[in-house]
Every structure is written in C-alpha cells, then in structure tokens.
Design a binder for this molecule. Sequence first.
Ligand code: T3D
Length: 268
Amino acid sequence: MHDTLIEQAQAGAVRTLRLARPAQLNACTCALLVQLREAFEAAAADATVRCVVLSGAGRAFCVGQDLKDPLVAPAFDDPAAPPKDMGHVVAQYYVPLARALRAMPVPVIAAVNGVAAGAGASLALGCDLVVAAEGASFIQAFAKIGLIPDCGGSWLLPRLVGRAKALELALLGDKLAAREAERIGLIHRCVPDAELGTVVGELAARLAAGSVRAMAETRRLMDAGQLVDFDRGLELEVTAQSQAGFRADYAEGVAAFVDKRAPRFTDR
Ligand code: T3D
C-alpha cells in the first residue's frame, strides 16, 4: 500500500485530479509524479471521461519539485557525496508526465487554486485552459535555485507570451499575480477565489459536451504548427480534417445543426 497523493473524483464526464500534499504545498516527490502520470493515463483510457480538471489541495496548486526529497536535495551533510543527477530525475519522472498530459485525448483544465511555482507552473501551463483564482500566482522559481524551466516550461513559456516576456519571467523568477497572468495572455482566465470551483465546473461541463476528439486534434495541430512552415501546416490540416470528416462527431454536428438541436458528441 502506498499513500494516495492524487485524489480523484468524477462528476458526470468530468474527472478531477487533485494533488494532495497540502502541508508541503503539493510539492512533487517522485511518488507523486508517478501517481499523477498514472492518473492521467487512467483518465485517458476511460471512455466515460471527456474532460479532466487538475487542481491542488489546500492553499497551493503546486510548488514544483520537493526540494527536501533526498533523491534531488544536495547532500549537505556529506561533502564527499557525488552530486545528484537532476537530468535523470527529470527524464524519468517529469518527461513522461509532461508527455502524458500533452497526449490526453480529452481537454484538460488547470484550476489553479493558489501558488504554482517551478514545475508546478509548468504543469498548469501545460493544460489546455488555465483558470486561476485571484489569489493564485505563478512563479518561475527555477532561476532562484540555479535550475532551468523544466516539465515543458522552456517550450511552453515563449509560445504562450512571446520570448521577451518569457525570459523576463524565467530570468527574474518574480511572482506573477493571476490577474496579470490573464492580462498578458499566459492563462485563460482569472476569477474571484470563491468562484473558481463554479467557473471551472461550468467550463469543464461545456468542454465535456463538445467534440473532445476534435479538441485534442486541435491541440496537436497547434503544437505541430509551431514547428513547421505554413505549407506544411496546411497539409497537416488536410490530413486531420479528412480524419475528422469520417468521424461520428462530424455527422452528429451537422445533423444537430440542421435539426436545430444541441449535438450529442460521442467520439473520443
Ligand atoms: O529533479 C529536480 O529537482 C529538477 C526539477 C526541478 C523542478 C522544479 O520545480 S524546481 C523549483 C522548485 N520549487 C521552488 O523552488 C519553490 C520553493 N518554494 C517557494 O519559493 C515558496 O514556498 C513559495 C513562494 C512557493 C510559497 O511561499 P509561502 O511563504 O507561501 O510558503 P512557505 O512558508 O515558503 O512554504 C510552506 C511550506 O512548504 C514550508 O514548509 P515548512 O517550513 O512549513 O515545513 C516550505 O518549506 C514548504 N515548501 C514550499 N515549497 C517547497 C516546499 N517543500 C519542498 N519543496 C518545495 N518546492
């Protein structure tokens, strides 16, 4: 038996995953990272899930790597001990998690209830839509401890806010309030603290009722489009639209339009 570090709940077609180390501000141990990846994979494999919400228990969303974890913490009491290989931890735990999140077949919402720092910020920003409570904040904490943005952070940040702002955030590591994060386009929306649950619940229900397969394909195309030229982007759209056109969701979407009713999408 191991501790449950990710609380899971499902309401209708919406699966909520909650990081559950509130006393440590949901800092990531290797066990937490494994459990979170497994939770994403389980949601991906479960046909009843059409949207995932990621949040944190207590006053924080996630403060990134647990810096007190002996696996990564420098051995202060043993100067002769060889330095720890952070790359190994990143490759073994963060990379598979970031990949699992990016490959989700359904939309993922980050409900940022409090501070999101280091890899915790990368995790939130790796989700499709980020809704943050007004009291929440984002901190690129890596620079302050001599590290670089990981868990997808160095890839995501410039794409979200442009190179100049990304470098400002990453090099200075200052706390960015949720309202400001919304203003600069880093996140989808900042809402009053007391409204976070309601706003995210409504958004998740709306996404879950949509064509989630098309949404996942849209994410894939937008990511791929950053790396190819315009003509190749057009070609990728042709292939993806061809596949979309053969799916049940397209037939249902058009039928619903013609019948003047709400569609009942089923593809996944
Ligand atoms: O493998 C690798 O290591 C490479 C991967 C790296 C990925 C990363 O994520 S690197 C970035 C790691 N995160 C940080 O550097 C953030 C460190 N935390 C902070 O700067 C502050 O805690 C916050 C600004 C986020 C919040 O400040 P505040 O004043 O609200 O809370 P606090 O008092 O600092 O923290 C409360 C408790 O949480 C405290 O424990 P205590 O004293 O009550 O027993 C604090 O030590 C603990 N805590 C906060 N962040 C971490 C943490 N414990 C372990 N690891 C943390 N990252």
